[in-house]
Ligand binder design. Structure first.
Ligand SMILES: Cc1cc2nc3c(=O)[nH]c(=O)nc-3n(C[C@H](O)[C@H](O)[C@H](O)COP(=O)(O)OP(=O)(O)OC[C@H]3O[C@@H](n4cnc5c(N)ncnc54)[C@H](O)[C@@H]3O)c2cc1C
Length: 437
């Protein structure tokens, strides 16, 4: 059977592309490897009705494409964990400190942090998020790690440590292995153009559950999605494109939209796309992470003056309350090997043990726990895009662009990943394909 356009992957990006293409009159089919839609957004419902997110959850002020989509779908944005009462918990190897500012900081550290923030904002204002390659010092900024830059501007060891703990908490890959230009580009995509802050990037969530965004789009697409259809190879030509599934079945179309993450895309044999573009796509990579969630009857951390938000140097890099009484935790790339070296039962015990150390004995008795090993999941092979020093140039200006009839979308194709990247690029790919008829 022949379609106008085949879309590979039913994550947020693929679903957005399919929704807009179908609305524009195209005959589309979405091919999805898993037996569910949503990709990196996934949710389950507890017996008491609370919805638990196992993938992407929160969005920020500059995530305007996502906000627009949520409004179109009639869903509701509400404040995220940033509205939780209490203070942040820092877990260092030598102890646990509760307080929104690091209590182990000296006056010199506070002054140094201010200096880092000012220097970063000044530099960030010079970077064009859509075209970081045009910066006069682009190569040098890309070659330098964030940690090296902190050394150059004289950040104190405590400031470096606090920033690294925050980065481990986000699980986006250590600053020792993150391109300065990539971080500048990411932060240049916001209106504040400042270092990452929870209030700017993570202050809202969808009340109905973030995976409901994907589920609602899928409901509107009905029979245009085929689950359990893993793509093995694609052939692209102006005269028509062909996709072969793992089952051996061939499906053809006038055009293709790849909405796959970087890792699974590398596993697919692609013909008819230029070597330069394939090389650029194949240079993209992810930070590999896992998510652990513990659901409790009550948010007991509040009684201790804690808001459930943690930045930690332990195996769990972070925690935050995703819903009433429900704590999300991320296992950062730097800790994933240690985490995976234990059995599922021991991973659970050790994770609850860390939560016990942070929040007290009630942490040991959740009503349910969940784990998603996104970093080793064959259909994700990661978590979010990671840019090592030099990667902005290795991927290059072809990043996020199309080679009709081959189109790309997905959070990896935007400056900073996130659900925003999936929505923004999915809708942009649909617009461009429709414009080309
Ligand atoms: C634990 C976790 C927490 C996160 N937290 C946040 C957050 O709070 N806020 C935020 O904005 N973002 C967050 N993110 C990132 C965000 O969820 C993703 O960037 C976004 O959902 C990716 O959407 P996508 O459509 O680009 O890719 P995906 O959702 O990965 O979709 C790709 C789809 O392609 C399918 N696929 C793969 N290979 C094949 C194949 N060969 N054939 C057919 N189909 C295939 C996959 O099964 C999947 O459904 C988080 C991600 C994770 C994992």
């Amino acid at each position: 059977m022949t379609y106008d356009i085949l879309i590979l992957g039913a994550g947020l990006a693929g679903l957005c592309a399919a929704r807009d293409l179908a609305a524009g009159g195209a005959d589309v089919l979405v091919l999805e490897a898993r037996q569910r839609v949503g990709g990196r957004v996934e949710q389950v419902t507890l017996d008491d009705g609370r919805i638990v997110q196992l993938g992407g959850e929160v969005i920020g002020n500059s995530h305007t494409a996502y906000q627009q989509l949520v409004a179109e779908l009639g869903l509701t944005l509400i404040p995220s964990y940033v509205a939780e009462p209490g203070e942040l918990t820092y877990v260092l190897h030598e102890g646990t400190f509760v307080g929104d500012t690091p209590s182990w900081f000296t006056d010199a550290d506070h002054a140094s942090m201010q200096h880092v923030e000012d220097e970063f904002a000044t530099l960030c204002a010079t970077v064009d998020a859509d075209d970081p390659w045009s910066h006069p010092d682009a190569l040098a900024l890309d070659a330098m790690s964030v940690t090296s830059w902190l050394g150059v501007i004289g950040a104190t060891p405590n400031v470096c440590r606090a920033l690294e703990a925050g980065q481990l908490g986000l699980s986006s890959g250590s600053f020792e292995r993150t391109s300065l230009l990539a971080l500048l580009r990411k932060c240049a995509s916001t209106s504040t153009k400042q270092l990452y802050s929870y209030d700017e990037w993570e202050n809202m969530r969808v009340a109905e559950g973030s995976a409901t965004v994907a589920l609602n789009m899928a409901a509107g697409l009905e029979t245009r999605i085929r689950l359990g259809s893993a793509v093995r190879s694609v052939k692209v030509a102006p005269s028509g494109c062909t996709v072969q599934l793992d089952s051996g079945e061939m499906i053809s179309a006038g055009a293709l939209v790849s909405a796959l993450p970087a890792g699974p895309f590398r596993d697919i044999a692609v013909e008819g796309v230029s070597d330069e573009r394939l090389a650029s796509l194949h240079r993209q990579r992810h930070a590999l992470a896992a998510k652990f969630v513990a659901a409790y009857d009550l948010p007991f951390w509040r009684d201790r003056g804690q808001n459930g938000l943690t930045e930690s140097e332990g195996i769990l890099g972070s925690s935050w309350p995703q819903n009433y009484g429900v704590l999300s935790c991320l296992v950062p790339p730097e800790r994933l090997a240690a985490y995976l070296s234990a059995s599922a039962q021991h991973r659970r015990e050790e994770s609850l043990g860390e939560l016990h150390d942070w929040f007290g004995p009630q942490a040991l008795t959740p009503i349910a726990t969940f784990e998603r090993l996104w970093g080793t999941d064959p259909w994700t092979q990661g978590y979010v895009t990671h840019w090592r020093p030099g990667d902005v140039h290795r991927v290059g200006p072809l990043h996020g662009t199309h080679e009709p009839p081959f189109y790309v979308c997905g959070s990896d194709q935007w400056v900073a990943g996130y659900m925003e990247g999936a929505v923004r690029t999915g809708r942009a790919a649909a617009r461009e394909a429709l414009a080309r008829g």
